[in-house]
Design a protein around this ligand. Sequence first.
Ligand code: LGS
Length: 493
Amino acid sequence: FILRLLHVLAVCSTITANVILDVKENALSKDFMWGLATAAYQIEGGWNEDGKGPSIWDNYTHIPGHIAGGATGDVACDSYHKWRDDIKALKEIGVKHYRFSLSWPRILPGGTKDRVSYRGIVYYRNLIKELKNNNIEPMVTLYHWDLPQALQDRYGGWVNETIIGLFKDYARVCFQEFGKEVKLWLTFNEPWCVTVFGYDTGTGAPGVNMTGYGAYRTGHNILKAHAEVYHMYQEEFNKDKKGKIGITLNADWSEPKSNKSASDIKAAERELQFQLGWFAHPIYVNGDYPNEMIWKIGNKSRDENLKKSRLPKFTEEEKKRIKGTSDFFGLNHYSTNLVTSASLSGASYFNDIDVQNSKDPSWSGAGYPWLKVVPWGFRKLLNWIKDRYNNPPVFITENGISDANSTLKGILDDDFRIDYHKKYIQNMIEAVNSDGCQVIGYTAWSLLDNFEWNSGYTQHFGFYYINFTDPSRPRHPKKSMKFYSQVIKNNGV
Ligand code: LGS
């Protein structure tokens, strides 16, 4: 009997040890932030209500041929009226934070501070108050792509330096109005998309194609605008240091097509530097662009040869001002590319990188052809950030998968979405617990099916389904909603 008892005890203690190990390996810190994200233009609607001014996305979508199915964000999810339903949905899932953006032309209809819309302020005040009443931390993006059209018409948008001061004026209004309640801020969402699609290829609003230099010029102004707003926030609105402010950058992982090819390895690094390093290197390293960009498009001796440089140059003063302007590393990540070196001619952002991207045929996907499920790419990207930028605290501000299903069953039974998030979250946890990366929060994209930019309503990213032909726009949970809710409860998968 004693022998059997000893045996049972031994087995029990092994099981306990394994369970503890398992729990430890899968655990994230207790204050890890789990949330969901949206953006003003993609959900609000009410595009010309209560004195809101038009944005560049209002104008862009109103031009036939720009958006799939001729869709617009005029009504979208109607969150301008149905924001209480959004909070109910967030509550049902149990998120700790909700990331949403403010619409600049809803707050300043003409873009400038001389006309502040009281109705616009009240809309966001109510939303923020109700979130706080429900213990949901607001995480606010100042700029998620909807520039006031007036500033595009008058100044050419981000291409003009004047916009830096105007963005600062807008940010000041936001900090004054909402700064007491909001403690998590993002200046820009994905400056890469703003600059490349908005001003180089011209395939996103405002649809300008200054191919080969528009992106670099606008990127330059965005970095300076970001730094100005960061300093203003810290000096004027964050004296007690309870708030945090950062920027959200987007990157897919670039995997060398062949790990035996030195040129593929270099090409993959070059692509990451052109995408993520473009904005991250100035902010997290030395106030200036990464060498890969300087050598390729700026000329090493930019001083002597300024005319040939398409990459603008920061003054020493500006470099100091930009370096260190983010309290955390905001990251949007979706997928991975296989990268090989290519020699491309013609000056354009994409040709400048001199790479060719492809996908492995074995990778699965659901909606967008570029959005293949490659969870290990997420872990590699987190390690790349740790190694390049001295292990900053990373806040995942977007991660998700779309579908292009047309049947209700296909949309609601979204097992592919559960699978995607499970695997990506697992890889994030391994990056934290096995590789020592610092990740402080995870925000899934998106709370609702919404206006997905050029794809209109044909790509669905939401945990809640919306029938866009139903005028009352009811929010309906998908299968993935229950799954994510469980992830939050367990603080992991
Ligand atoms: O809806 C957007 C999501 C969906 O997929 C969100 O508003 C954006 O912040 C973000 O860009 N989102 C997103 N991005 C995937 C990466 C797009 C890059 C496409 C590259 C084509 C060459």
